[in-house]
Design a protein around this ligand. Structure first.
Ligand code: DX5
Ligand code: ZN
Length: 226
């Protein structure tokens, strides 16, 4: 039930297809795809073209598109066509959150809401039944390699309790500063889906296909102790 989602933000973009193939070969479950617009967040990354290219390259694993863009609605159908599995967005970036969730689902994708560290969870009161994923940011969005913000664990426990109380089929994902050293306590707080960028791509142990085996095995070993 635990799923590990390497963030390709920390991959080598000059050979992205190979990087994704290798990380999946080492046992990753989901490809986390960070979309930044230099407006909602102070950085600029990749769009639907790159998602489409990964599908054309042969990637069949779920692609978890994390939209850090404002506005969000215009780009959703493009990502659906490009092969996104999940599309998650920040409620602050949409004028009409319910409509945006509807648009993602009508486009044939799974929908998720993303909460910045300081964003309260109030909106889940009515939105949780509609969601396939809740993504808690454990760093401020925009960059890889930042330090995990500990109070996010408290938010995770709260969302886990809400998901379980309602019996919803909704994944609880965390994003930012996660690695072998803290994945166990994050899982113990109720998280089931773990984004990790720098911890995975910064830990290659070789130059071959199995360069991510060690770090992914270390993360799985920690999860086995929960
Ligand atoms: C930050 C991104 C993250 C980032 C995580 O805005 O949403 O997905 O890549 O990177 P690490 O795991 O290095 O904190
Ligand atoms: Zn992300």
């Amino acid at each position: 039930m635990y799923q590990i989602a390497p963030s390709i933000l920390s991959a080598n973009f000059a050979k992205l297809g190979e990087e994704v193939d290798n990380v999946l070969a080492s046992g990753a479950d989901i490809v986390h795809f960070d979309v930044m617009d230099n407006h909602y967040v102070p950085n600029l990354t990749i769009g639907p073209l790159v998602c489409d290219t990964l599908r054309a390259h042969g990637v069949t694993a779920p692609i978890d598109v994390h939209l850090m863009v404002k506005p969000v609605d215009r780009i959703i159908p493009d990502f659906a066509k490009a092969g996104a599995t999940y599309i998650t967005f920040h409620p602050e970036a949409s004028e009409h959150v319910d409509r945006t969730i509807g648009l993602i689902k009508e486009s044939g994708c799974k929908a998720g809401l993303v909460f910045n560290p300081a964003t309260p969870l109030d909106i889940l009161e009515y939105m949780l039944p509609k969601l396939d994923m809740v993504l808690l940011m454990s760093v401020n969005p925009g960059f890889g390699g930042q330090k995990f913000i500990p109070y996010t664990l408290d938010k995770a426990r709260k969302v886990r309790a809400m998901i379980d109380a309602g019996g919803y089929n909704c994944r609880l994902e965390i994003d930012g500063g996660v690695g072998p050293a803290n994945i166990r306590e994050v899982a113990a707080a109720g998280v089931d889906t773990f984004v990790a960028g720098s911890a995975i791509f910064g830990a290659r142990k070789a130059t071959d296909k199995h360069q991510f085996d060690t770090v992914l095995a270390a993360m799985r070993a920690e999860l086995a102790k929960v």
